[in-house]
Design a protein around this ligand. Structure first.
Ligand SMILES: Cc1cc2nc3c(=O)[nH]c(=O)nc-3n(C[C@H](O)[C@H](O)[C@H](O)COP(=O)(O)O)c2cc1C
Ligand SMILES: Nc1ncnc2c1ncn2[C@@H]1O[C@H](COP(=O)(O)OP(=O)(O)O)[C@@H](O)[C@H]1O
Length: 310
């Protein structure tokens, strides 16, 4: 799998099959479409490309409406690689690009730049200025060039169409188990470990504080998660939000890694969220918080080991 950020570097993948979209979260619906793309590529003996945009078009059209992302480009690429995609083309969005008519988008981008021989899209794919082109128009354009074209029907779960925006809502509300069910994989948060107030070790529960997280944060609460360090998995007891017991109102993500010992300062760390376990509370004193943390840790350990057994 290769991440390509400039069309000039795309030539090894030209003449392949392509699917275009934001693919935020690479959820079960996206993955179904990408699997179809991979099987079309295999049957034609060509490469499979997922084309996405950075920044997302909405960032230029209506910046106030840009939702926080579910996935970084790196995470998208990892998830796409697992279904067999060869190239993630991250197209640099510009005003000029967004002003292309549907006809020019097809001619200039799909035919000339990508030289695609086949396309796979979902039913609500739109292209060209003002979303003027839809899958019916694309089907006609593709047929006129003898290109393969498949529209994959929207994937449903629990009677609803799986969508990135619904998954964002679930995460914002702390409904992590539902989000994980819809994503088809854990919800991952990645950041850099920074120095905190140095209270954690004193309590007997050191916590790695993550800064510079680029994706959507869930609502405040205590969560169960899991993290991987040098090939070993550790259950993670997470506090996402403030520390009211210490009158510290900063919203932050802290992870106590159960069974880990070592220095993580300055390192990049990812945590996979599994479930919400309780609300953050203001305790009378540090001793009461500490006894609650002991309960949290055994509960979270059990949640994580159940997941691993499944
Ligand atoms: C699993 C877990 C649950 C926590 N729950 C609470 C809580 O309910 N109330 C609270 O004030 N702090 C809570 N904390 C946060 C601690 O106050 C915090 O980890 C401690 O102050 C250390 O902060 P530091 O990393 O900045 O040194 C929790 C921390 C963890 C790891
Ligand atoms: N099991 C562990 N879980 C999380 N961090 C740990 C653990 N063991 C050691 N550490 C280290 O301890 C640091 C957290 O200690 P803590 O006293 O909470 O300080 P800080 O306030 O700087 O976060 C982490 O950033 C990490 O480098």
């Amino acid at each position: 799998m290769q991440i390509v950020r400039h069309v000039d570097d795309y030539h090894p993948f030209r003449g392949g099959v392509v699917s275009i979209g934001n693919f935020d979260g690479v959820h079960l619906g996206h993955r179904e479409m990408l699997r179809k793309l991979v099987s079309l590529a295999k049957s034609r003996g060509v490469k499979a490309t997922a084309m996405t945009f950075d920044p997302p078009p909405v960032a230029l059209i209506a910046p106030e409406r840009v939702p926080p992302r579910l996935s970084t480009v790196k995470r998208k690429a990892e998830l796409m690689e697992s279904v067999g995609i060869d190239c993630l083309l991250v197209y640099p969005t510009s005003r000029e690009f967004l002003n292309l008519s549907a006809q020019d988008f097809f001619e200039q981008i799909i035919r000339q730049q990508l030289q695609a021989i086949g396309l796979v899209e979902g039913p609500n794919f739109f292209f060209g200025k003002g979303r003027q082109g839809d899958v019916n128009l694309l089907a006609e354009m593709a047929a006129s060039q003898q290109m393969d074209f498949e529209v994959v029907s929207a994937v449903e779960q629990d009677g609803m169409v799986i969508s990135s925006s619904l998954i964002r809502q679930m995460i914002s509300q702390g409904r992590i188990e539902e989000a994980v069910h819809w994503l088809g994989h854990p919800y991952r948060l990645t950041g850099t470990v920074e120095t905190g107030a140095s209270r954690g070790s004193g309590l007997g529960f050191p916590t790695a504080n993550l800064t510079d997280i680029q994706t959507l944060m869930p609502r405040a609460g205590v969560y169960a998660g899991v993290t991987e360090i040098e090939g070993r998995h550790y259950p993670a007891a997470l506090n996402i939000g403030a520390n009211p017991t210490f009158a510290d109102n900063n919203f932050k993500l802290e992870a106590h890694l159960i069974g880990f010992q070592g220095d993580l300062y300055g390192q990049e760390l990812s945590v996979d969220l599994l479930s919400f376990t309780r609300e953050i509370q203001k305790f009378e004193n540090a001793a009461q918080l500490k006894s609650q943390l002991e309960k949290d840790v055994s509960e979270i350990q059990a949640i994580v080991s159940n997941r691993i057994v499944q």
